[in-house]
Design a protein around this ligand. Structure first.
Ligand SMILES: NC(=O)c1ccc[n+]([C@@H]2O[C@H](COP(=O)([O-])OP(=O)(O)OC[C@H]3O[C@@H](n4cnc5c(N)ncnc54)[C@H](O)[C@@H]3O)[C@@H](O)[C@H]2O)c1
Length: 286
């Protein structure tokens, strides 16, 4: 059997029930890692699209199982330090150690900043920023005791640019870069690395819902075709469209593998060149 880049490693992945989280789980398992797949598996009320359910987490476990690697599927909320600490303890008991964290769980919602509710604001900060901190906090003592580990935090191209009506989301994704760089600096003396992936428009449940289609189309009857078409002007790179989650997983796999063993503290755009594009005012000044 071919040697995997992650043979003997164990990875904890948050938001693993579907989308990018599932792609991370399968990509790392294919390279030999055992997986702790964690997801809330239920709706957060302020999120405007259907989130994943327990059946999605089961599907991730099935797909990891097909690779021959071991998998633990845990329903847990990254807003709870207790739940994360428990997941880490259970993972170490069952699989021996944790080498990798991909802090990927995230939520999105839309609205002008003066109209989003306090609940939307608080939930988005709690999951996308505080949840990433709590996830890193849960694994750090274990990684420090082993003087080894690699963390990837999921940010976004919204770490580098605003969006027209998701200030709360943009604020979290900017903040994750600051958190990532601080964690990278604080863990460097222990030989532990921390980096971020910054996806562009990625084809998951977060981007495929009626409200997102309508926002893109500019009317109430937007479609998936409108979404796919819009990525042609969002991206710069030929032959790309809405990015498959596997594109982000490939970048994360590189970051957590020994191929990147001298890389820490960086934010890697995976955006088909979106951030290269010169700005253009879609609402020309009058
Ligand atoms: N899809 C995009 O275009 C895009 C672009 C840039 C960044 N991102 C980021 O990528 C990450 C993954 O998103 P995705 O595109 O796969 O979307 P997704 O909605 O398909 O997956 C997100 C997963 O996170 C889980 N989750 C949400 N809140 C949680 C919580 N409190 N505790 C545990 N799990 C929770 C959800 O249940 C879901 O399974 C997110 O951080 C998102 O912000 C997405």
């Amino acid at each position: 059997m071919a040697l995997g880049k992650l043979d003997g490693k164990v990875a904890l992945i948050t938001g693993a029930a579907r989308g990018q989280g599932r792609a991370h789980a399968v990509a790392l398992a294919r390279e030999g890692a055992d997986i702790i797949a964690l997801d809330i598996g239920e709706q957060i009320e302020s999120v405007q699209y259907p989130m994943s359910g327990p059946h999605d987490l089961d599907q991730t476990a099935t797909e990891v199982g097909v690779t021959g690697r071991r998998v633990m599927a845990l329903q847990a909320d990254v807003r709870s330090q207790e739940a994360l600490d428990h997941a880490v303890r259970a993972g170490i008991d069952e699989l021996g150690h944790i080498d990798i964290l991909i802090a990927n769980a995230g939520i999105f919602s839309m609205g002008p900043f003066w109209e989003i509710t306090e609940e939307q604001w608080d939930d988005t900060i709690a999951v996308n920023l505080t949840g990433v901190w709590k996830s890193a906090k849960a694994v750090a003592p274990h990684m420090i005791s082993r003087q080894a580990g690699s963390i990837v935090m999921t940010s976004s191209s919204n770490a580098f640019e605003p969006g027209p009506s998701w200030a709360h989301y943009v604020a979290t994704k900017h903040a994750v870069i600051g958190l990532m760089r601080s964690v990278a600096l604080e863990l460097a003396p222990y030989g532990i690395r921390c980096n971020a992936v910054c996806p562009g428009s990625t084809d998951t449940g977060m981007t495929n819902w009626q409200g997102a289609y309508n926002m893109i189309a500019g009317h109430d009857h937007g479609t998936r075709e409108d979404y796919i078409e819009s990525t042609r002007s969002f991206n710069a790179l030929a032959r790309t469209s809405a990015l498959p989650p596997e594109a982000v997983a490939s970048a994360a796999l590189w970051l957590v593998s020994d191929d990147a063993d001298s890389v820490t503290g960086i934010a890697v755009p995976v955006d088909a060149g979106h951030l290269l594009l010169p700005g253009r005012n879609l609402n020309p000044v009058k």
